[in-house]
Design a protein around this ligand. Structure first.
Ligand code: NCD
Length: 312
């Protein structure tokens, strides 16, 4: 029986649907309640082990664990013995010796949470590893699409921008395929990874051609901190070809929504008026992240209803 959530590929249709349904049950159970707290994980300990910067994901996991009444420890590499050279393995074993039931890990090295999972007894949740995967982001994105459009099957999702450096894109392509959606990637050729032809997605270089057929447009942040070379001529040129502005947004079908995982480069991949428009689900994605992460923690640590599979 698997204990971890390391990759979107760990989830089959049943697992993924159960997580989304559980998030919905949690939302319904807590709606209108003054005290938004469930006793489910009382006495359990969740450690947030973040080696890379984060605002939303770290706060979201912290709040999710607290709302399930778990004890939460926030570990940031800066200010810890990691700065003295302590290895990931020794750090993990130390946390485990203190009784961590779950470790939520973000790391700049792709594969770090997978290694962690080999060393500890508790559950490991991948909160973003390098350019590799970010499965809970994909789950919250799928949850947001399902809530807004009422379905995932045959939904046409266009993911635009820096696919090369995006763990969000990787996890979304895998999960959306599992859930029956049709994904199109739009990016400059320099920002597409080698081997993208083998992904379950179509590829286009022409944003204007794709938008009129999209139910969902997911804009990706241009990840300049991961770029060691020049991938496009200028910010202006990038925005002109691959940015979503009001003119482009107007070519979308009436019901289509605009997503972005955050943090945004306003004015680069997305215009401020698009980010703040009624089509934008950017703020909803953040609140949905909380319910989805509560569902994941609940199913990994406490829930009895998970069938065989990655998060059982
Ligand atoms: C993403 C990440 O960290 O991978 N952000 C997030 O988790 N909300 C995307 C990004 O950094 O661009």
């Amino acid at each position: 029986m698997r204990r971890h959530l390391l990759s979107a590929a760990d989830l089959d249709l049943g697992d993924a649907t159960l997580i989304l349904d559980t998030a919905e049950q949690i939302d319904t159970a807590l709606a209108g309640r003054e005290v938004k707290k469930l006793p489910t994980l009382r006495g359990r300990t969740v450690v947030n082990l973040f080696f890379e910067d984060s605002t939303r994901t770290r706060i979201s996991f912290e709040l999710a664990a607290k709302r399930l009444s778990a004890d939460v420890i926030n570990f940031a590499a800066k200010g810890s013995s990691v700065s003295k050279g302590e290895s990931l393995k020794d750090t993990a074993l130390t946390l485990e010796a203190m009784g961590a039931d779950a470790i939520v890990c973000r790391h700049s090295a792709s594969g770090a949470p997978h290694r962690l999972a080999e060393w500890v007894q508790g559950s490991v949740i991948n909160a973003g590893d390098g350019t590799h995967e970010h499965p809970t982001q994909a789950l919250l994105d799928a949850y947001t699409i399902r809530r807004r459009l009422g379905r995932l099957d045959a939904v046409r999702v266009t993911i635009v921008g820096d696919v090369l450096h995006s763990r969000v894109a990787r996890s979304n392509v895998v999960l959306l395929d599992t859930l029956g959606a049709q994904v199109t990637l739009v990016a400059p050729p320099t920002l597409l990874p080698v081997g993208v032809e083998s992904w379950p997605a179509e590829v286009s270089y022409d944003l204007d051609a794709v938008l009129p057929k999209a139910d969902v447009v997911m804009m990706l942040r241009v990840q300049q901190e991961r770029m060691n070379a020049s991938y496009f001529p200028s910010v202006r040129e990038y925005s002109r070809r691959y940015g979503l502005d009001a003119r482009r947004m107007a070519t979308l079908p009436d019901e289509a929504i605009v997503m972005h995982p955050g943090p945004m480069n306003r004015g680069m991949e997305i215009a401020a008026e698009v980010a703040d428009s009624v089509r934008s689900t950017i703020v909803e994605q953040v609140s949905n992240g909380l319910s989805v992460r509560m569902a994941v923690l609940y199913l990994l640590l406490g829930g009895a209803h998970m069938p065989d599979g990655a998060v059982a």
